[in-house]
Design a protein around this ligand. Sequence first.
Ligand code: S3P
Length: 181
Amino acid sequence: MTDVAKNTLSEKQHNIFLIGFMGSGKTHWGSIWATSHGYSFIDLDEVIEKNEGKTVAEIFDQHGEDYFRLIETKTLRRLANKQNTIIACGGGTPCFHENIQWMKEHGTVVFISSSIKKILERVLEEQDKRPLLKKLNEAELLFFIEQKLKEREPFYTQADITLDADNITSETFKEIISTKN
Ligand code: S3P
C-alpha cells in the first residue's frame, strides 16, 4: 500500500471504488473481498450491460465510445446512495467526466496497479470481450497498453490507496479498512 486514505471510510459511506487498467483484477478481487467481508459487490460494466440489454462490446460497436462514456458516468452516479459496497469500475471510468473526483467524494478509491506484462497476459485471454482491444495483434496491443497507461496515469494516481497487483491477497482488504483512521 503506497498511500493512505485521507478521509475515513465511515465519512465516505464505506464504499470502495476499484480502479485500474483492464485485466488488473478489479472484478476478481472485488468479488472475493465483498464475499469475505460482508460487503455488496457491483461490477459497473455488468450493470451497464443489464440496463442497456447489450454487451459492452455491442454498445461500443453500435453507439461508439462517447455514448458508452456517458452511460458509464450515469450508471456510476446512480450509485450515490450505496453503503458498504465494493464497486469494480471499468478501466476507463475514472478518466472521463470528472468521475475520479466524484468517486473520491463518495467512497475510498483504490487503484490496482499492474505491470504491462501482466496486463498483456490477462487481456490476451479475453480480448474479444474488450472492444478497445479486440482488433489488435499482440505487438499493437502492447503499444496500446503502454500508451493508454501513460494517458490514464494522472487519473489512476489520484486514488486514495494504490495496491500492487502482484502483492494482493484476500487479506489485503483488511489493510484497506485499516486506513479508516
Ligand atoms: C474499458 C474497460 C472495460 C470496459 C470497456 C472500456 C477501458 O472494463 O469498461 O471495455 O476503457 O479501459 P474492464 O476494465 O473491466 O475490462
